[in-house]
Every structure is written in structure tokens, then in C-alpha cells.
Design a protein around this ligand. Structure first.
Ligand code: SAM
Length: 325
């Protein structure tokens, strides 16, 4: 069985699987008015997730990231982790979360086989954190993070979206924090979506400035592994933690694209900023694994070389909670 590939010799070894589009946060760059309920929660079931994991694993996927919305809202999250992790061929299972119930649940996820945790923390100042997310939960999330570190995950990453009016001035605070934290901090450039145009204009900052600051402070760019995605990783001998920059507006960002996305309703998205997903649901429900694989490969042949974010085009993506980032 051949690996999923596109017309530009890119191989896809990484799946981002959304298990719900519901989110309990109101991040001002994503869902400022909170999740708008449309009563149509038709999330992939555990059996459907198992089918998908098998198909992807059979065609070269080695890593699956569970995302949302907020995936922790799913009551069967530990079962999802267990099912994905026990799929032959899947070597790495990760979770992206806003830290909801982290302290209470992280041990269950670890026991279920979770390898990596990505935690979104946009500010280390509790008031700024609340202004961005709508929730006064920074302290409890940091307690959950400490617990996760003690459990011994293979990898813990903390995501912070770079926001000119909110957290840019916290750069030094984040760096000081990293000195003693065994994590990888990821600064992500704010991306324009269908819903956040004005906010984007006011808050987007290029990661290039951050990169220059890191280089002048003695941080060194790490060499990329063969399966590495688009993040640029930096390390410094005086710091326990490392630093990653995700710069989707930089030239050639998409050249190393290695990821596919499935929405919580079973649609395939070959690009985060494409023109809508391809519905695989009925094939998934019939467990028709050969047909699912054929459709994915067929869709991939239409994948473009790059997104058009630089031109202000974000496709059908209103906000990233739809797909999980
Ligand atoms: N609820 C989970 C969380 O908060 O991590 C998973 C879903 S969330 C959409 C995934 C990541 O996308 C988060 O780190 C979030 O900060 C980031 N994100 C959301 N909207 C974004 C945007 N417009 N630009 C850049 N990153 C964004």
C-alpha cells in the first residue's frame, strides 16, 4: 500500500484529527463570542475514529494529533487516545488542548498511551490570559502542566499565538520561564481567518522579529529531522526548554507540509486554508477502508503547492476551532 502523497513529492505522515468543533473558550482571535451552537453535533464515533486511524496508518501516517474545538469536552477522550495508540503503525499520539480539566485528567490520558501534549497558553499574566481567553484559569492550567511534566511525557509543547496588543511585551517573561521548564514553547504567528479580519490587522506580528531576537541572544537553529514539519526550532545551552517558531506567512512554509486534517464530522481537509473539506463520512460508516484511502489519495493530487494567506485568502476557514489548527 503506497503512502499518501501529493503532486509535489510531499509525503503525509501526520494526521490532525478533530474530535469535536465545540470549544469552551472565547479566545478573542478565534471564537470571541464563544461557540455558536447549531445543534448538529455529529462527531465521529470511537469506531469511526478507529477506522480512520487504520486507513491512515496503512498509508504512511505515523503520528496522530487529537484536536478540536476543545477535545477534552469529549467524555470518551481516554478511549479515543487508547484506540488510536493501539492502531498498528501509529507510533505517536498527541493532544492539543486549552488545559481544561488538565490537572484532573492528564494521568488518565497518559495511561491511555498519550505521547505528546500541546497546551495553549497565550499569556503568563493571569489578567491578560483572561482577557484573551475569557477564562481566569491560568493558575490551574499551570498546576496541570507541572503534573504533566512529572508524569514523564515524551514531549510537552506550549503554544502561544503572537499578539501585538496582548502578549508581545511578555517575550522576556516567556524566555525566563523557559530557563527552567523542560518544554518546547511555540510562538505561532496569528493567522487570518474568515472571522478575524480586523483583529488580524491590529494584532499580527511577524515571527521574523522574534527569530532575530533569539539569534542575537545566543539561540541556535536546530537541524530539522526528516519527518519534521514547518516549525523552526531553536535551542540554547542555558535553557532547559527549547523554542519553536511557526511562521505560516514565511516564504516556503508549505514546502515541508506533511499533515492532513479530518474534521469532527469526517471531512478531509488537505490544507488548513483550502476551499472546504471532502466528505468521507459515508465511506467511514461503511468501514470501506480501500475506498477511503482511494478518495484521500485522489483529493491529494489536487492539493495546491501553498496556501494563499499572504494574499489575505483563508479559504472556507471561519476560525481554527472548525478544524483544530
Ligand atoms: N482547543 C484546543 C487549544 O486551545 O489548543 C485545540 C484547538 S485550537 C484551534 C489549536 C491551536 O490553534 C491553539 O493553540 C490556538 O491558540 C491556535 N489558534 C487558533 N486560532 C488561531 C489563529 N487565528 N492564528 C494562529 N493560531 C490560532
Amino acid at each position: 500500500m503506497s503512502n499518501f502523497h501529493d503532486g509535489f513529492q510531499r509525503q503525509f505522515s501526520y494526521l490532525r484529527l478533530s474530535v469535536t468543533d465545540v470549544c469552551n473558550y472565547r479566545c478573542n482571535y478565534c471564537l470571541p463570542d464563544g461557540y455558536q451552537c447549531d445543534d448538529k453535533h455529529d462527531n465521529l464515533s470511537l469506531t469511526e475514529i478507529q477506522t480512520l486511524a487504520q486507513v491512515f496508518a496503512n498509508h504512511g501516517t505515523r503520528k496522530i494529533r487529537i484536536t478540536g474545538g476543545e477535545p477534552v469536552i469529549r467524555k470518551d477522550l481516554s478511549d479515543i487516545i487508547r484506540v488510536v495508540k493501539s492502531t498498528p503503525g501509529i507510533e505517536d499520539v498527541a493532544l492539543t488542548t486549552n488545559g481544561y480539566k488538565l490537572e484532573e485528567k492528564v494521568e488518565f490520558w497518559f495511561d491511555a498511551g498519550l505521547d505528546g501534549l500541546n497546551l495553549s497558553i497565550d499569556s503568563l499574566d493571569p489578567r491578560v490570559f483572561q482577557t484573551i481567553t475569557g477564562h481566569d484559569r491560568l493558575k490551574e492550567i499551570l498546576r496541570g502542566l507541572d503534573k504533566a511534566i512529572c508524569l514523564g511525557f515524551k514531549r510537552i509543547k506550549v503554544n502561544a499565538v503572537l499578539l501585538k496588543s496582548y502578549n508581545l511585551q511578555e517575550f522576556d517573561t516567556f524566555l525566563r520561564w523557559l530557563k527552567h521548564m523542560p518544554i518546547s514553547l511555540r510562538f505561532i504567528e496569528l493567522m487570518q481567518t474568515g472571522d478575524n479580519g480586523d483583529y488580524f490587522q491590529q494584532n499580527h506580528v511577524s515571527g521574523e522579529d522574534i527569530k532575530q531576537r533569539l539569534l542575537t541572544q545566543g539561540w541556535q537553529l536546530k537541524k530539522k529531522g526528516p519527518l519534521a514539519g514547518p516549525a523552526q526550532e531553536f535551542e540554547h545551552p542555558d535553557y532547559l526548554g527549547s523554542m519553536g517558531l511557526i511562521m505560516p506567512y514565511s516564504k516556503d512554509f508549505c514546502n515541508s507540509c506533511n499533515r492532513l486534517r479530518i474534521s469532527s464530522s469526517g471531512k478531509l481537509h488537505t490544507c488548513l486554508f483550502g476551499d472546504g473539506g471532502y466528505d468521507l463520512r459515508s465511506l467511514i460508516q461503511h468501514n470501506d477502508q480501500a475506498a477511503i484511502a482511494d478518495e484521500i489519495q485522489q483529493q491529494l493530487l489536487d492539493k495546491k503547492a501553498s496556501h494563499y494567506l499572504q494574499q489575505g485568502y483563508s479559504g472556507s476557514t471561519h476560525h481554527l476551532a472548525m478544524l483544530g489548527g
